[in-house]
Ligand binder design. Structure first.
Ligand code: PMP
Length: 429
C-alpha cells in the first residue's frame, strides 16, 4: 500500500494549518503513522488520495449511521442547495427536524438547534446554571463533552477535589466550578453531593461513554444519577451527542429508562453536516432566549442544508426500525469474530459493545471506567491499528475511541474485517 500523496499533502497542510488538521485526532497522534487524506466515501468504504480503499469504521466519528453519501441524503441536499444555503430566518425544515427529535425522545419537549456537539453541551451547562442559579457542574473522568472551558477539566488529585484545567487557556477560576467524578461510582457521587450538593447546577454524563473507548454506564449508576440530582435540585444532562439515534432510535436514555432534564445531541442528527442540539423539559427550555433570559444564538444555526441532512437521516431511521436490528446483528458478529480470533491466538483483550458502537481494549481487565480503560496496552493497539489499515480496514487511530458500524456495512465487510483481525492480532502475540 502506498501513502505517498497523503504524505505530501500532510506536509503541505502543516505549513498552513496547526498540525495539518482541523481537529487533533485526525493527525493520528496516538499511532505510528501519518494520517491519510481522504478523497471520497461511498457506503461503507472510504478512498484515500493514493487510491487505496478501506472499509470505514470511523464514519466521520459517528454521524454516518447510513454510510457515506447515502443517496436519499445527497439527493435531498442537491435539491435544497439551489434554493440558497442559509437565510438567517426561520424555515419549515427546522420544525420538521425538531418534531422528529421530540417524538423520538419523550424527555425532550422543546429543542434548540446549534452547530456542533460542543455548542450543545456548552449551552446546556449555561442553561442548567441559569435555571438553578448555581455554579458547579459535575462531570465524569473519561467522558468527553466537547472543548468548552467548563468541560475541558480533569480531576484534581485526591478523591474529592474540584477540577483543574486540562488545557492551557482554561482559567482556574472556571475549572474550580467543575467537579470531576469517577464513572460508574455511586459512592463517589454521593460523597460529592454531600459536600457540594446545594451548589451543583447539573451533572453531565455520557450514558454510554465513547470517548475512553466504549464504556457503558451501569443501570444502577444511571438510576442513582437521576435520584440524587432530583434530591438536590440539580439538573441531569444526558449527553447523547454520540449515542443519540446510534444505540436506538429512542436514544440511550430509552435503554436505561432514565429521563434527564436536558439532553444534548450532535453527530447523527446532522446526517454528516454540522449540527448539534439541546433540548429538555418545556419549563427549563423556556428559560432560553428569546422567551427566557439565558442567551444563546447562532448565525448558521438551523441552516437548511444541515437540517435537511438530519431530517432525511432521522426519517429513514424512524421508518426502518429493521436498520437497528441489522446493526445489532452485524456488530455482534464482528465482535464475536474478533473475540474468537483473540482467544485462538491467546491475545488478552476486553470487548465492550452497545449496538453499533464498540471497542476492543488490549487489557485483561473488564473495562468499566477511566482507570480500567487506561490499563490498555496502547502500543499493542498501534500495531493492531496499522496492520488493520494495511489490510484495508480503517479504524479510529486511538485505543480510546469507539468503532461505528453503519447500515451500509455488508456481511462481506464484516467477514473481511474479522479475517483481517486474525492477522493483525497475530502481530501482537
Ligand atoms: N459530546 C460527546 C459525547 C462527544 O462524543 C462529542 C464529540 N465526539 C462531543 C460532545 C463534542 O461534539 P463536537 O465534536 O461536534 O463539538
Amino acid at each position: 500500500m502506498n501513502f505517498q500523496r497523503s504524505k505530501a499533502l500532510f506536509e503541505e497542510a502543516k505549513q498552513f494549518i496547526p498540525g495539518g488538521v482541523n481537529s487533533p485526532v485526525r493527525a493520528f497522534p496516538s499511532v505510528f503513522m501519518d494520517p491519510l487524506f481522504i478523497r471520497k466515501g461511498k457506503g461503507s468504504k472510504i478512498y484515500d488520495v493514493d487510491g487505496n480503499e478501506y472499509i470505514d469504521y470511523v464514519g466521520s466519528w459517528g454521524p454516518l449511521i447510513l454510510g457515506h453519501a447515502h443517496e436519499e441524503v445527497t439527493n435531498a441536499l442537491k435539491k435544497v442547495i439551489d434554493m440558497g444555503t442559509s437565510y438567517g430566518a426561520p424555515t419549515e425544515i427546522e420544525t420538521e427536524l425538531a418534531k422528529l427529535v421530540c417524538e423520538a425522545v419523550p424527555s425532550v419537549e422543546l429543542v434548540r438547534m446549534v452547530n456542533s456537539g460542543t455548542e450543545a453541551t456548552m449551552s446546556a451547562l449555561r442553561l442548567a446554571r441559569g435555571y438553578t442559579g448555581r455554579k458547579m457542574i459535575v462531570k465524569f473522568e473519561g467522558n468527553y463533552h466537547g472543548h468548552s472551558d467548563s468541560l475541558l477539566i480533569k480531576a484534581g488529585s485526591g478523591a474529592l477535589t474540584i477540577g483543574v484545567p486540562n488545557s492551557p487557556g482554561v482559567p482556574e477560576d472556571i475549572a474550580r466550578n467543575t467537579i470531576t467524578a469517577q464513572y460508574n461510582d455511586i459512592e463517589g457521587l454521593e460523597d460529592i453531593f454531600k459536600e457540594y450538593g446545594e451548589q451543583i447546577a447539573g451533572v453531565i454524563v455520557e450514558p454510554i461513554a465513547g470517548n475512553m473507548g466504549v464504556v457503558p454506564a451501569k443501570q444502577e449508576f444511571m438510576d442513582a444519577l437521576r435520584k440524587i440530582t432530583e434530591e438536590y435540585g440539580a439538573l441531569l444532562i444526558i449527553d447523547e451527542v454520540m449515542t443519540g439515534f446510534r444505540v436506538s432510535y429512542n436514544c440511550a436514555q430509552s435503554l436505561y429508562n432514565v429521563k434527564p432534564d436536558i439532553t444534548t445531541f450532535g453527530k447523527i442528527i446532522g446526517g454528516g453536516l454540522p449540527v448539534g442540539a439541546y433540548g429538555g423539559k418545556r419549563e427549563i427550555m423556556e428559560k432560553v432566549a428569546p422567551i427566557g433570559p439565558v442567551y444563546q444564538a447562532g448565525t448558521l444555526s438551523g441552516n437548511p442544508l444541515a437540517m435537511t441532512a438530519g431530517y432525511v437521516t432521522l426519517k429513514i431511521l424512524r421508518d426502518h426500525p429493521e436498520i437497528y436490528e441489522d446493526l445489532e446483528k452485524k456488530s455482534k458478529r464482528l465482535v464475536d469474530g474478533i473475540k474468537e480470533n483473540a482467544q485462538k491466538l491467546g491475545v488478552k483483550a476486553s470487548f465492550n459493545r452497545v449496538g453499533a458502537m464498540l471497542s476492543i481494549f488490549f487489557t485483561e481487565k473488564e473495562v468499566v471506567d477511566f482507570k480500567t480503560a487506561m490499563s490498555s496496552d496502547t502500543n499493542k493497539f498501534s500495531i493492531y491499528f496499522e496492520e488493520m489499515l494495511k489490510s484495508g480496514i480503517y479504524l479510529a487511530p486511538s485505543q480510546f475511541e469507539a468503532s461505528f458500524i453503519s447500515a451500509a456495512h455488508s456481511d462481506e465487510d464484516i467477514e473481511k474485517t474479522v479475517e483481517a483481525s486474525f492477522y493483525a492480532l497475530k502481530k501482537i502475540v
